[in-house]
Design a protein around this ligand. Structure first.
Ligand code: 13P
Ligand code: SF4
Length: 309
């Protein structure tokens, strides 16, 4: 009797048939990361999307990341496993509020974190990710007032790192990184005194001040790979465990839970499943479709960001 193909086999067959590339963020379930052609943080995924060949990009992350891939690849089909995989930072910053801010402050430079809707990107002067945010803000002439949006924690961190006074900060927050209780971090430090604390800059400054290393998702992974330390307290989304195990076999990782749950998982990122990925490749939907003028206007700040080395 011939056994029926596994989900992974079905996806690999569809990937060939559709001439597709599968991109996955580090916060995806391990089984999705295993099947992806490339796993990365939001900056790396933007760059990979730009290099993509083939007809289809299947983007396993959240919606704004897939929109970014579409802006960089307007002629390719971009599909996602679940269209409802959103982001609390995107929700905190509606485009009409930014248009109103610009009307009132036409001379301010809008620096938008990549965790924004494509409509907000289209209103922005330049984009950034958690990996390059300090560099991007430093690239803006010192006399210009900056509006940094939408993440208040990343904004506060960048303001501290750059020492920039003329920087206004939108008050959005990530539901995962903004809800790590300092009390639980201090408990973990007491329980594991040998462990180094590594944190994503979307965490509040009250958490970051206890960190031995602060960085974007991929920067944390690189740090774990290079560090002689064997034990870490992790202040970010627990999906990174897959990559930590790959780069630091035998090392130990302790995760601090969010305020209201016994986990540190992004509920949006975890909406994607292998079944939904298979269906997206089969039906070529849900698909990212964006108006011409939005694609054109969002590309400019994205290209400005990618040009900053
Ligand atoms: P990275 O830029 O580190 O991939 O972060 C994206 C994100 O959504 C973190 O919560
Ligand atoms: Fe958005 Fe936070 Fe989820 Fe990242 S972890 S996608 S910032 S809600």
């Amino acid at each position: 009797m011939v056994s029926s193909p596994t989900l992974a086999e079905e996806i690999l067959e569809l990937k060939q048939r559709r001439k597709a590339i599968i991109l996955a963020h580090h916060y995806q379930e391990a089984e999705i990361q295993e099947i992806a052609d490339f796993v990365g943080d939001s900056l790396e995924l933007s760059r990979k999307a730009l290099e993509a060949s083939g007809d289809v990009i299947a983007f396993c992350g959240v919606w704004f990341m897939a929109e970014t891939a579409k802006v960089l690849n307007p002629t390719r089909i971009v599909v996602v496993p679940d269209k409802d995989a959103g982001c609390s930072l995107v929700d905190s910053c509606p485009a009409e509020h930014i248009r109103e801010y610009k009307r009132r402050n036409p001379d301010h430079v809008i620096v938008s974190y990549i965790n924004t809707s494509v409509e907000v990107k289209a209103e922005s002067d330049i984009l950034c990710t958690s990996r390059n945010a300090v560099k991007i803000v430093n690239s803006i002439p010192a006399e210009k007032t900056v509006l940094f949006l939408p993440d208040r924690n990343l904004g506060n961190y960048v303001k501290e790192q750059t020492g920039r006074e003329n920087m206004k900060i939108w008050q959005g927050a990530c539901i995962v990184h903004s809800t790590f209780p300092v009390r639980r971090l201090l408990d973990a430090k007491a329980a594991y005194p040998e462990a180094l604390v590594i944190a994503h800059p979307e965490c509040p400054l009250a958490v970051l001040k206890h960190a031995d290393f602060i960085g974007s998702t991929s920067a944390l992974i690189d740090y774990v790979a290079a560090s002689p330390a064997q034990e870490f307290i992790v202040m970010t989304e627990s999906g990174v465990q897959y990559s930590f195990e790959r780069v630091g076999p035998g090392k130990t990782f302790h995760y601090v839970n969010n305020e209201n749950c016994n986990c540190s998982e992004c509920p949006y990122m975890r909406m994607n499943t292998l079944e939904k990925l298979r269906d997206a490749l089969e039906t070529l939907s849900p698909r990212v479709e964006l108006p011409e003028d939005i694609l054109r206007r969002a590309l400019l700040p994205l290209e400005r960001m990618l040009a900053v080395k």
